[in-house]
Design a protein around this ligand. Structure first.
Ligand code: HEC
Length: 133
């Protein structure tokens, strides 16, 4: 019994400390967008979207990297220099766990960077990339 318990503990430890481990809450958020997009998501498309320089939004915020920095591992900063916890799930494990919060910030940030809503595909690709980081 003792060895079974320690095996289970070891497995849980590995699972919960692995980089980019998405729990059921992140899965639910991604699945919400998958229903809408009706496409498979791609982490590499998500990374390209994250890094892209856009022209449709506010000149002060041409890219997601303007605030979130060029690395998902880094602490970002707002336009008034308030810190933003890293986007990478391995760095900030409660990221993307609350659909209301995710939708609120996609709404704000997509409008300021692109001047429009992000599509479900763009959102799903972005989340898939950040969850893998
Ligand atoms: C003007 C600065 C700024 C820009 C530009 C920006 N963000 Fe953000 N973003 C924030 C802030 C501030 C938060 C909320 C603080 C937090 O979650 O730590 C946030 C949070 C988010 C969240 C919610 C994360 C969660 O934990 O649920 C998502 C998703 C997101 N941003 C996506 C994007 C995408 C996609 C882009 C580019 C299209 C972008 N952001 C550009 C400032 C920015």
């Amino acid at each position: 019994m003792k060895s079974l318990t320690s095996t289970i503990c070891t497995v849980l430890l590995i699972v919960f400390t692995s980089p980019g481990f998405a729990g059921p809450q992140q899965d639910a958020v991604v699945n919400y967008y998958k229903e809408l997009a009706k496409r498979e998501f791609s982490a590499s498309r998500g990374e390209a979207f994250f890094r892209a320089k856009q022209t449709g939004g506010k000149p002060a915020t041409p890219s997601c990297t303007t605030c979130h920095t060029s690395s998902p591992m880094n602490t970002g900063k707002t336009r008034v220099n308030k810190p933003i916890a890293p986007m990478a799930l391995s760095k900030t494990p409660d990221r993307f766990s609350d659909l209301k919060k995710v939708e609120k910030w996609f709404g704000r940030n997509c409008r300021s960077v692109l001047g429009r809503e992000c599509t479900a595909l763009e959102k799903g690709d972005f989340l898939t990339f950040m969850i893998s980081q």
